[in-house]
Design a protein around this ligand. Structure first.
Ligand code: SF4
Length: 75
């Protein structure tokens, strides 16, 4: 699954509050699996990714809004 915000993004932030899974974050903002999901503590996702839901994760982009692929359900 490849989920990206395209080059047409003007960094306005309108999409962030619309995502039901809290999968969209502002550039340079750390994110957590627990935010907007029911994940708690240590977990293994169906795709094999592992982690701790409450740990801060590195931003995927430092400049523009980004989507966390593991949190996006392609709604
Ligand atoms: S497509 Fe993904 S990132 Fe976009 S609103 Fe739906 S769950 Fe959120």
């Amino acid at each position: 699954m490849a989920i990206i915000i395209t080059d047409e993004c003007i960094n306005c932030g309108a999409c962030e509050p619309e995502c039901p899974n809290n999968a969209i974050y502002e550039g340079a903002e750390e994110w957590k699996y627990a935010e907007g999901t029911s994940l708690e503590g240590d977990f293994v996702l169906p795709n094999g990714n592992t982690g701790n839901a409450d740990e801060d994760q590195e931003p995927i982009s430092d400049e523009v809004y980004y989507i966390v692929p593991d949190k996006c359900t392609e709604c």
